[in-house]
Design a protein around this ligand. Structure first.
Ligand SMILES: Cc1cc2nc3c(=O)[nH]c(=O)nc-3n(C[C@H](O)[C@H](O)[C@H](O)COP(=O)(O)O)c2cc1C
Length: 154
């Protein structure tokens, strides 16, 4: 396989977002796309622009905080400058409506990626503790948007 053109970045404290990111990689690749699930703590801000598509699956922790493996990347995305004008993105945010700062980390990534010039491929998906259905809807929406993009550039 060549360089994966879809990065599925995960931010996770207890494994749910990681599990969904790995499932997303498998499902996307089975559908003919080239994707790779990547731990956010292994990603350098500067290297993000090599991916035409950036998918983010992240939980929120503490009181609206990023999971620990997402802290540095979110901080850099918010504080530094990187040109993501050539990338599209979509965020699937895991959370729990019992918390006041519902899905805050996913919302922060959505805002920060847009501010760096990336274009939203598919709207932010918020997921409550029953995440199966909204996650599946998000993935289907992302795949439809990816196919539409491929058709447009073919
Ligand atoms: C200690 C703790 C703090 C949490 N804080 C928030 C929060 O501020 N906002 C939110 O929407 N969800 C919050 N959650 C819910 C998690 O984001 C949710 O359970 C998520 O599915 C966990 O995914 P992960 O296993 O990938 O970390 C919190 C959960 C725990 C246990």
């Amino acid at each position: 396989m060549g360089h994966p053109n879809i990065a599925v970045l995960w931010g996770s404290e207890t494994g749910t977002a990681q599990y969904l990111a790995e499932a997303t990689e498998m499902k996307l690749n089975a559908a003919g796309f080239q994707s790779q699930a990547i731990d956010m703590s292994d990603v350098q801000l500067e290297s993000l622009s090599i991916y035409p598509t950036i998918l983010v699956i992240t939980s929120t922790w503490g009181d609206g905080d990023p999971p620990s493996n997402a802290m540095d990347l979110l901080g850099e995305l918010q504080a530094k400058s990187v040109n993501l004008a050539g990338s599209t993105f979509s965020v699937c945010a895991l959370g729990d409506t019992a918390y006041y700062q519902f899905c805050k980390c996913g919302k922060d990534f959505d805002e920060a990626l847009a501010k760096q010039g990336a274009r939203r491929l598919h709207p932010l998906q918020e997921c409550d503790i029953d995440y199966d259905l909204p996650y599946e809807q998000w993935l289907q929406g992302v795949m439809a948007a990816l196919r539409a993009k491929e058709t447009a550039t073919a």
